[in-house]
Design a protein around this ligand. Sequence first.
Ligand SMILES: *Cc1c(COP(=O)(O)O)cnc(C)c1O
Length: 354
Amino acid sequence: MTAALDINITKVETSKLLEMTLENIPFGKYFTDHMLEADYENGEWKNVEIKPYQPLLMEPSVAALHYGQAIFEGIKAYKDQDGNVAIFRPQDNFKRFNISAERMQMPTVPEEIFMEGMRMLIEIDKNWVPSMKDHSLYIRPFMFSSDPVIGVKPSETYKFMIILSPTGPYYTAPMKIYVEEKYTRAAPGGVGFSKNAGNYGASMLATAEAKKAGYDQVLWTDAFEHRYLQEVGTMNVFFIIGNTAVTPSLEEGTILAGVTRDSAMEVLKDMGLEVVEKKISIEDLMDAHRAGILYEVFGTGTAATISLIKELRYKDYVMHFDTDQWKIAPELKTRLTDIREGRAADTHGWMFKV
Ligand SMILES: *Cc1c(COP(=O)(O)O)cnc(C)c1O
């Protein structure tokens, strides 16, 4: 599928792994021995390199720091009981990365650099992939504009990189969520569907205010009426209403097309639920709650997989859930992690062998 990749490889002399243990390692804090780096210049990608993880040397004028052409992905690799390493659906992240790139007027990255570069990097750092339950290797591909020029225009040069971070169980307690009516994450015509750095920067004030009010995150609503539901924090959102799993549809371009979202839809169908993507308003949700058929609410994303929601507040209307009684979200989480960690058959063909 991928052509042989011409890569310059420089390895570390001694692995940092000799001085640490991967058990229960916190998310996003420690990085493996190596990283991948490539440069875009004169219309082509060159200098593809795997080398020791190290700081970057940049000019203060580097364009990404000023005008925000910066995109990323989040992917996970797992080691099964026999020591085989596999990546969860990286092809989907590759496609999404280039969709983000096009929206941000950045060059696309060729498949062999993204996919084969990632595979080779993980092969070199395979001792860093934890095999303990609920552990994984978090993969962070990213790209940023690198012209040392202050001027509002697309950069002519870019850097593409992949760094790797081993991670232990990412436990999140059931969350209290505030339905956002003041701030907006995404509007039609905007950049909500792209995984660009600015979306995160723009969301932090809303999250901070929700936290001050005693909530963990916000449930984003549409930009015009603050009625139609979008995402929960940086996760896609699902509602179990009767025997149907409902998730907001992607067509307006205001929602990030999560790989976990797509996987959850497939596994929920395997579990016998009807799955519906549609425009859903807070009134629809409150009606279902009043009727006693809003059973479960949860978020999906690569970092936490499934996050349960125990309270949802809209104005003065508060919906409480007893997450200990839930059947669907916990079963969905178990099924997804069993596939990823190699305990269940990969019937959907999601695992990409390293
Ligand atoms: C990354 C992300 C998600 C989740 O996507 P996954 O592919 O499932 O990790 C959801 N919403 C936003 C805003 C995101 O950035």
